[in-house]
Write a protein that binds this ligand. Structure first.
Ligand SMILES: Nc1ncnc2c1ncn2[C@@H]1O[C@H](COP(=O)(O)OP(=O)(O)OP(=O)(O)O)[C@@H](O)[C@H]1O
Length: 418
C-alpha cells in the first residue's frame, strides 16, 4: 500500500522563506527584460503564430489559471506552436511538468510550466540561470539535467528539459519500498556524488537532493524475483521487483540551488534529507548536500526513508538513535528557534517528546551499522564506513563529495553487476 504522497514537499517554500542568498542573481526585473539570459524569449500567442512551418493547430483558447496559479491545459494542445502537450508527468511546488513533443527538434521533452506567481517566477529565473551555468561547464552533459530552452508563455515561465525517465522514488514506490541491490546503490551513489562534486566545484549548493529529484535516464526495467520477501506469494505480484536496465541517472530540480554565501541560515531541504546544522540553525553550506546524499543512500539500501518524521526534536532524537550523540559543541551554539530542543548541553530527549508514540518511533530505529547489515549482502563494511563519513554531524568534518568518491566503497574492485 502506498504510504507516502507521490512527491514529498520541500517545506521551506510555503513558509516565509525567500531565498535571500539568491536575490542578487535575479534582480527583480520583468522577466522579458532580463538581459543576462541570452536566449530569453517572451512568446505571446501572436508572436508564436509567426513561427513558420511548425504550426499544426492554433493556440488554445485563453483560460484562467487555477487558484494556485497553475496553467490550465488539455492534452493534445499546443504550448506555443512548437510544443504539443502529450501528458502530465509531474507536479511540484513550482509548477507542473508536461511531456511534450518538440516539433522543431523532433524529440520528446519535459517542460516545467511554472506557476504564475511572482516568487515562483523569480525562482524559475534563478533555476534557468543555474541550469545555463551548469550546462556551459558540464560539457559531457552527464549528471545534471540539461536545459534545452526556456520562454515566458501567458505569464508562465516554461523551462524545456531533456526528457528523462522515472525517479528513484517512483521506483521505490512501484517496488512497494523494497531495497535496491547494493551494486545498484553503488552506481547511483557514484553518479550522484559526481554531480554534487561538479555542482560544488561550480560554487553551487543544490539544497534539495532527494530520491524524487534523481531520475533514471531510461524508463526500461526488468522484473526479477525478490527472494527476501518470503511471506508474499508470487500470485500477489510482490515476490518480483523491478530493476532498471541501466543505472544511469541525472539530478533535476535546481530551483532551490544556492550560491556560495556566508549567511545561509534559512530552512532548506525536504524534511527527511535535512542536515542537523539546518535544523539547529547553525548556518549551512555545501555539507548539507552531503548529508542528503547519506540519507538517500541509506534509503536506497533499506527501501524506506531513514528519518520519517515531521518534527524537529523527534528528528534530532532519531539522528542520535541511528548515529550516536550530537556533539555538545553543536548543541551549545544553536539559534534561538532551536534552544528549546537542548537542555544542559544535551538533547532534551525523551523528556521533551510530545507523545509516547514519538518515543516509540525513535526507539524502534536501529543503529546505522545494524540497519545496513540487515539489508546489504556484501560490501557492508565499506558502505557503513562511507555513510559514517557522509552523516558526520559536524559539517566541517563531514566528507566532501570528492573525498567520498575516493572511498573504498567506490574504488575497491567489486564484481560489477551494473
Ligand atoms: N526532465 C524531466 N524528465 C522527466 N520527468 C521530469 C523531468 N523533470 C521533472 N520531471 C518530473 O516532474 C516532477 C517535478 O519536477 P521538479 O522537481 O523539477 O518540480 P518542482 O516544482 O521544482 O518540485 P519541488 O516541489 O520539489 O520543488 C519530478 O519529480 C519528475 O517526476
Amino acid at each position: 500500500m502506498d504510504r507516502r504522497p507521490k512527491k514529498r514537499p520541500r517545506l521551506g517554500w510555503d513558509l516565509s522563506h525567500t531565498p535571500k542568498a539568491q536575490s542578487g542573481i535575479y534582480n527583480g526585473q520583468d522577466v522579458g527584460n532580463v538581459t543576462s539570459f541570452g536566449h530569453s524569449r517572451v512568446l505571446s500567442d501572436h508572436a508564436s503564430l509567426f513561427v513558420k512551418g511548425l504550426a499544426q493547430k492554433d493556440s488554445p483558447p485563453w483560460r484562467d489559471d487555477d487558484k494556485d496559479g497553475h496553467y490550465m491545459f488539455e492534452l493534445g494542445e499546443n504550448l506555443t506552436l512548437r510544443y504539443k502537450i502529450l501528458r502530465k508527468i509531474g507536479e511540484g511546488t513550482f509548477g507542473q511538468v508536461l511531456e511534450c513533443w518538440d516539433r522543431e527538434a523532433k524529440e520528446m521533452v519535459a517542460i516545467k510550466v511554472v506557476r504564475s506567481i511572482k516568487k515562483y517566477r523569480e525562482a524559475a529565473m534563478i533555476e534557468i540561470d543555474v541550469l545555463q551555468l551548469l550546462g556551459r561547464y558540464d560539457r559531457s552533459g552527464s549528471r545534471c539535467v540539461q536545459i534545452r530552452n526556456w520562454f515566458d508563455y501567458r505569464n508562465h515561465i516554461c523551462i524545456v528539459f531533456e526528457k528523462l525517465g522515472p525517479s528513484l522514488f517512483d521506483f521505490l514506490r512501484k517496488n512497494n519500498y523494497r531495497s535496491f541491490p547494493v551494486d545498484l546503490v553503488r552506481e547511483i551513489g557514484r553518479q550522484l556524488l559526481e554531480c554534487v562534486a561538479f555542482t560544488h566545484d561550480m560554487r553551487l549548493i543544490h539544497t534539495d537532493l532527494k530520491p524524487e529529484n534523481i531520475l533514471f535516464i531510461s524508463a526500461d526495467y526488468v522484473k526479477v524475483p525478490d527472494y527476501k520477501v518470503g511471506s508474499c506469494s508470487p500470485r500477489d505480484g510482490y515476490s518480483f521487483k523491478r530493476l532498471p536496465k541501466s543505472s544511469a541517472i541525472k539530478v533535476i530540480d535546481f530551483g532551490s540551488t544556492a550560491y556560495e554565501h556566508q549567511d545561509h541560515n534559512y530552512i532548506v531541504s525536504t524534511r527527511h534529507y535535512r542536515a542537523p546544522e539546518v535544523i539547529l540553525g547553525l548556518g549551512w553550506s555545501y555539507p548539507c548536500d552531503i548529508w542528503s546524499v547519506g540519507c538517500i543512500l541509506v534509503e536506497l539500501c533499506s527501501g524506506e526513508a531513514l528519518f520519517q518524521t515531521h518534527e524537529n526534536l523527534e528528528h534530532l532524537a532519531m539522528m542520535e538513535r541511528v548515529l550516536g550523540p550530537i556533539p555538545e559543541h553543536m548543541l551549545t551554539r544553536v539559534d534561538r528557534h532551536a534552544e528549546k530542543y537542548v537542555r544542559r548541553g544535551r538533547l532534551d530527549w525523551p523528556e521533551g517528546a510530545t507523545s509516547r508514540e514519538s518515543i516509540k518511533a525513535v526507539t524502534k530505529l536501529p543503529r546505522l551499522q545494524n540497519l545496513v547489515m540487515h539489508h546489504v549482502d556484501h560490501s557492508a563494511g565499506d558502505l557503513i564506513d562511507l555513510l559514517q563519513g557522509l552523516l558526520r554531524y559536524d559539517p566541517s568534518t563531514r566528507m566532501t563529495a570528492h573525498e567520498a568518491l575516493r572511498h573504498p566503497f567506490f574504488t575497491r574492485e567489486y564484481l560489477r553487476r551494473y
